[in-house]
Design a protein around this ligand. Structure first.
Ligand SMILES: [Zn+2]
Length: 415
């Protein structure tokens, strides 16, 4: 069987024929000549209509999927057409888009691997460059964003994620419908403008159909949601509140531990960090013993810990009214605790009381932790791609792993 036969079988294009396959001079790659089928008319790349030929450009090499350790190139002289609408322009060819050096099939092939491996590993595996892998992913993502359907989004979640060193943030918007989650939007920074960008993309009509919005307490997000999604039930994400509370508790512990050391007390709080931060059921038996010991002392850390543990009950309620009563009482108690970081939490919770209670109105609709799960995936993507410095690259990588975007279709699956 000849190479041409295989190519005709898996990568055939109307109006073009494969002419000859041979080794290139370096013996490392295979070159395949392509020419227009006799009598076929070129297509204008401006208006996608047939147009009379004008002249030929110099031969171009289009990289195709490598075969048995050989790089494969399709060689073709692009025609220019004299189009009635567009003037003299280059023709459109079905195996490649615009200025890309890689064929569509190869870009899709690389992009698929780049979802399983890091981009660097993908480039190394197929003896190509990181830039070409990036190019391939960019093409596939661009196509996907253009062709994705955004109808019927019922629930969205918005979150910020830190990247690079220093305080650089991205705003991520997810669809969190039951049974269907995906990344919808990546915004630079975590400002009002970055979140509004999402609503510009989906348009007012779609925004008005959103029934649930899940967010943290970041004020710019709250403002945009109030403005753009006023009809939706706005829920504060449980995971963020738990995280905030842990942060406060950790502050209390660290400060008290320092104070005890300064005043020459026994270092009771040494190695206590995870004993108080972890959920009780996740403690190792050693940590459990340590915690029990610790609880005997009248320490600020212990009191803050008990307040935090007590608050877990809040999530167990079914009725918003009872949850509200509990919240009020918890805040009242905490405000009298004289532990400043915890008081600060109580004040924040009070200020967001109605949004917190929305959690109970919508409770049955979501599995909690959906955003947390997506965020963890996003973090893994960013970690795996530590070479991604720019926002654009990061954006591509995130869409690639979490966007569930449609892919351009090929007649053959090159797997
Ligand atoms: Zn045209």
């Amino acid at each position: 069987m000849e190479l041409i036969t295989i190519l005709n079988h898996c990568h055939r294009h109307r109006g073009f024929v494969y002419q000859r396959a041979r080794f290139a001079a370096d013996q490392q790659s295979i070159e395949v000549d392509v020419r227009p089928r006799a009598g076929s008319v070129a297509i204008c790349s401006g208006c996608h209509q047939p147009a009379p030929g004008y002249d030929h450009l110099p031969q171009r090499r289009f990289e195709f999927i490598p075969l048995w350790g050989f790089l494969v190139f399709l060689l073709y002289r692009m025609r220019r057409v004299e189009c009635r609408n567009c003037g003299v322009v280059v023709e459109e060819v079905p195996w490649c888009d615009g200025k890309h050096q890689l064929t569509r099939a190869y870009m899709l092939f690389l992009a698929r691997w780049a979802r399983k491996l890091s981009w660097k590993e993908t480039a190394e595996s197929f003896h190509t460059s990181w830039d070409k892998v990036c190019d391939a992913v960019e093409y596939v993502i661009g196509w996907g964003l253009e062709h994705r359907t955004l109808q019927s989004i019922r629930a969205i979640g918005v979150d910020e994620i830190q990247y690079a060193k220093g305080h650089k943030y991205l705003t991520l918007v997810y669809q969190i419908d039951q049974g269907f989650t995906r990344l919808l939007w990546v915004g630079k920074e975590r400002t009002i403008a970055s979140f509004q960008g999402f609503f510009t993309v989906i348009g007012e009509q779609l925004a008005s159909q959103i029934e649930f919005v899940c967010s943290d307490m970041w004020k710019p997000y709250l403002d945009v949601i109030r403005q753009k999604c006023s009809q939706a039930l706005h829920i504060l994400d449980r995971f963020h509140i738990v995280a905030k509370m842990n942060k406060a508790l950790d502050e209390v512990r660290a400060a008290e531990s320092r104070k005890m050391a300064r005043e020459g007390h026994e270092p009771l709080l040494k190695k206590s960090r995870w004993c108080v931060l972890k959920r009780k059921e996740n403690l190792t038996s050693q940590q459990n013993i340590r915690l029990r010991e610790l609880l005997r002392y009248n320490l600020q850390t212990v009191r803050a810990y008990l307040l935090k543990e007590d608050f877990q009950q809040f999530w167990e309620y079914n009725s918003p009214t009872w949850a509200g009563n509990f919240l009020d009482f918890w805040c009242y108690q905490t405000m009298r605790s004289r532990i400043e970081p915890m008081k600060k939490i109580a004040r924040t919770l009070r200020a967001h009381r109605s949004l917190l209670l929305n959690y109970f109105k919508a409770k049955k609709q979501f599995s909690s932790g959906v955003i947390e799960g997506l965020n963890n995936k996003a973090k893994v993507t960013m970690r795996r791609s530590y070479g991604f410095r720019t926002f654009r690259i990061l954006e591509l990588a995130l869409y690639h792993s979490l966007g569930k975007l449609p892919e351009p279709e090929l007649t053959h699956d090159f797997f």
